[in-house]
Design a protein around this ligand. Structure first.
Ligand code: SF4
Length: 320
């Protein structure tokens, strides 16, 4: 299958009083059409900034984001909004914060349709918004309800309906279930998977929760301090985690079996500063296997076996 999205050497730096914060640093990956890449990592690893940079909510410092071959990272923002914004949408973590509390459910879903279809008749806008409500499982009786009257799951369904109302091909899902109860999380994940199957959608699914991402992803990429440090097919990472940081991240997932014993890897050491970082392994200060080479040379993401890439000088030693 062809790649819908190709990200090449993408960087997003922010100027701070203490120096340049490398929020996203030289990130490269592809997403095939109709597939999902899960982006995981601790809070502050740059995964949300990566999503927002793909959406052009941040302008990239350098690098390319190719959507069907067109570089949406460097094109004029007006051209992006006019020709590409509707194809690339985002679902946010906190639906309550992203919804205008003064608007009813129907109005909230009508809003992006109106903005992106100037001249569309009011009746047509309403018809499309009602279709979207049905598509995402929002009952007709909720049309005139307000966000504060709904539970988190229904509010997130509004977010999904708003994103889908523009017929996108690619959706960045930024922690879409982390604010929801576990039972409601499953409903939203199932909804996203059904929509992907029926509409051929392509997702980038950002989360800090490995147990969520394994249910929805085809590929998983692990980020640490702005860099992608491991990328592989989803089932491979759970069978053969290679990077020492990914091993620690996975060891924290609870297993629902009292007979299975799994040792949790507790990381020690200080987090390296992402401000003007030195050219070394950014995980070296917390890595139990660090050597002088790790403190002097930055490891690059390299393919160890088909589809499985790792950024670690000694990755071969950690292959099971
Ligand atoms: Fe650890 Fe060195 Fe590998 Fe970094 S490069 S993960 S410090 S062994």
């Amino acid at each position: 299958m062809a790649n819908l999205i190709e990200v090449k050497n993408l960087k997003k730096y922010f100027s701070t009083p203490r120096g340049m914060l490398h929020a996203v640093d030289n990130v490269t990956f592809n997403i095939e059409k109709g597939k999902t890449i899960g982006i995981v990592g601790e809070s502050g690893c740059g995964k949300s900034t990566l999503g927002k940079t793909l959406m052009r909510l941040h302008n990239p410092t350098s690098g390319q984001v190719l959507y069907k071959g067109a570089d949406i990272a460097s094109m004029d923002i007006k051209e992006f909004k006019k020709n590409y914004r509707s194809h690339i949408q985002m679902i946010f973590q906190d639906p309550y914060a992203s919804l205008d509390p003064r608007m009813s459910v129907l109005q909230l879903i009508e809003e992006p349709i109106k903005v992106n279809n100037k001249g569309m008749a009011k009746a047509e806008v309403t018809k499309k918004a009602k279709e979207m409500m049905e598509l995402v499982g929002l009952a007709k009786r909720l049309e005139m309800s307000y966000p504060h009257e709904l539970d988190g799951g229904r509010r997130q369904r509004i977010g999904v309906a708003r994103a889908l109302s523009l017929n996108p091909e690619f959706i960045v899902c930024d922690e879409p279930v982390s604010a929801l109860d576990v039972s409601i999380q499953a409903q939203i994940l199932n909804l996203l998977q059904d929509l992907q199957r029926d509409r051929g959608l392509t997702y980038m699914f950002i989360t800090h929760d490995m147990s969520v991402v394994k249910h929805i992803s085809d590929d998983i990429a692990v980020m640490y301090l702005g860099q992608m440090i491991e990328k592989c097919p989803a089932n491979e990472i759970f069978k053969n985690t290679i990077h020492p940081y990914s091993q620690a991240l996975l060891s924290a997932i609870p297993i629902p079996d009292v007979h299975l014993k799994k040792e949790r890897i507790v990381l020690k050491g200080e987090l390296t500063s992402p401000i003007d970082p030195k050219p070394c392994c950014r995980f070296a200060a917390r890595c139990p296997y660090a050597t002088d080479k790790c403190l002097a040379e930055e490891p690059v993401l390299r393919e160890l076996k088909p589809g499985h890439s790792v950024a670690c000088h000694f990755a071969e030693q950690f292959v099971k």
